[in-house]
Design a protein. Structure first.
Ligand code: UD1
Ligand code: CA
Length: 454
């Protein structure tokens, strides 16, 4: 006996009006289908069978997971037909959980509840939900003992059935033996001429089984996406959920409706995040870290007590304790700041190791650089790391002072305790503990006259 998850993802998603298949549209920067696969993975299932059709190649190459296989549905003849395409991947004694590639936010706990209702005497369990506005959904028809009798699709329903508020989410768990049997007797004699998966409910009742049902904790878990408005609606609702999770962990958010999380955020105590911050990839924030308004952080680790001032952009970098960054700083991939480092406004760094207590306070570019401790880089300093073909390295020792408006033409090395005079273009190594400068002599033209207007 094994648990097999079948994800229906063959539909076109015409209403998205996009070249990207619907199930690859991003929610929090992750494909809708990938959300579903990740949740299935949490159930420790034995195999995930994704039924693909429209955009099959790109869908298949854009998602990943363990034990992931694909079944092709060339023509979309209905949800029942789609599940038939997965037939060879499950056995009679397996339990089959059916999910949807465009319903991304179902939780592991809801699905575990659903699965707990299925066994040999109860081979079918449905996830239903009660909605004030049930238009478009299949209605759950129950008898006077409130046992489920059937699901009737909107287009096939009579007025009495249309008034039913309990609807089919589409998600169900079925024993393999019965699923195979019922699917083999589906037909398409209905309003849409489709093979409805939902017709198996009446078959189960007919075979004398009591159909089990459960409901999700939150409506969000069963919302599907058909157009960009729904996608945006779900994005906002999901972001609010993620913001709530952060606050539950003790993070202070200045505005929970103005933060976007597109990945995983790990936080220690007393983190504070101001408005309009975007956190992407894996972001780790130490104790007392403060992130100012309008910052973007992607794949960064920031140690305790560091403050990032507004409008800073950090990607693929590691920041030590007690650092001060920004406002308007750009830390590009490969930047590593040791403790107490300071990166000020309009400073760009890339592949740069900045030693403990070193400062680059204003208007500089530092790339392909190893910098020691307690260095002070003056405003307007540029490491000229690129000769048009290759990148070269700049090595700066401890306690170096670089005067403003200096170009360090790499490859070049500045010794410990060296001072570089302002305005220098340094093309050769500068020795330690000396003043090095390159500067044309200042002169004053004594007889010079201001031009006069003609
Ligand atoms: C389906 C259910 C309905 C339920 C609703 C919940 C059926 C017959 N109806 O209706 O009871 O209330 O979902 O949202 O099952 N798909 C395929 N191949 C196909 C057809 C569909 O992969 O041949 C996929 C679609 O891409 C989509 C999902 O299955 O992701 C649902 O199909 P859709 O046609 O949208 O079903 P609904 O009419 O919404
Ligand atoms: Ca649908």
């Amino acid at each position: 006996m094994a648990l097999k998850v079948v994800i229906l993802a063959a539909g076109k998603g015409t209403r998205m009006r996009s070249k990207l298949p619907k199930v690859l549209q991003p929610l929090a920067d992750k494909a809708l289908l990938q959300h579903v696969i990740d949740t299935a993975q949490q159930l420790h299932c034995d195999e995930i069978i994704t039924v693909i059709g429209h955009g099959a190649e790109s869908v298949q190459s854009s998602v990943s997971g363990n034990n992931l296989v694909f079944a092709m549905q060339e023509q979309q003849l209905g949800t029942g037909h789609a599940v038939v395409m997965a037939d060879e991947f499950y056995n009679a004694d397996d339990t089959v959980l059916i999910l949807y590639g465009d319903v991304p936010l179902t939780t592991e706990s809801t699905l575990t509840d659903l699965l707990s209702l299925v066994d040999d005497t109860n081979p079918l369990a449905l996830l239903t939900i009660t909605l004030e506005e049930s238009t478009g959904y299949g209605r759950i028809v129950r008898d006077q003992h409130s046992s489920v009798q059937a699901i009737v699709e909107q287009k096939d329903a009579n007025p009495e059935q249309l008034a039913i508020k309990e609807v089919n989410t589409g998600i169900m768990a079925v024993k393999g033996a019965q699923l195979k049997k019922w699917l083999s007797s589906l037909d398409n004699s209905n309003a849409q001429g489709e093979y409805y998966l939902t017709d198996i409910i009446a078959m189960a009742v007919n075979d004398g089984f009591k159909v089990q049902t459960t409901q999700p904790a939150n409506e969000l878990e069963v919302l599907g996406v058909n157009d960009k408005r729904q996608l945006q609606g779900l994005e906002r609702a999901y972001q609010r959920l993620l913001a709530d999770e952060l606050m539950v962990k003790g993070v202070t958010l200045i505005d929970a409706n103005r933060i976007d999380i597109r990945g995983t955020v790990e936080t220690a105590k007393d983190v504070q995040i101001d408005a309009n911050v975007i956190l992407a990839g894996l972001v780790r924030l130490g104790e007392n870290v403060e992130i100012g308004a309008n910052c973007i952080l992607k794949n960064v680790t920031i140690a305790d007590n560091t403050v990032i001032h507004p409008f800073s952009h950090l990607e693929d970098c590691i920041v030590g304790e007690d650092c001060i960054i920004g406002p308007y700083a750009r830390l590009r991939p490969g930047t590593e700041l040791a403790n107490n480092a300071k990166i000020g406004n309009f400073v760009e760094t890339k592949k740069a190791k900045i030693g403990e207590g070193s400062k680059i306070n204003h208007l500089s570019y530092v790339g392909d650089t190893d910098m020691g401790q307690e260095v002070n880089i003056g405003a307007g300093t540029i490491t000229c790391n690129y000769d048009g073909v290759n990148k070269h390295k700049t090595i700066i020792g401890d306690r170096v002072f670089v005067g403003s408006d200096t170009q360090l033409v790499a490859p070049v090395q500045i010794g410990d305790d060296a001072t570089i005079g302002a305005g220098s273009t340094i093309t050769k190594d500068a020795p330690q503990a000396q003043l090095t400068l390159s500067r044309s002599k200042q002169l004053t033209i004594v007889s010079w006259q201001k031009p006069t207007k003609k």
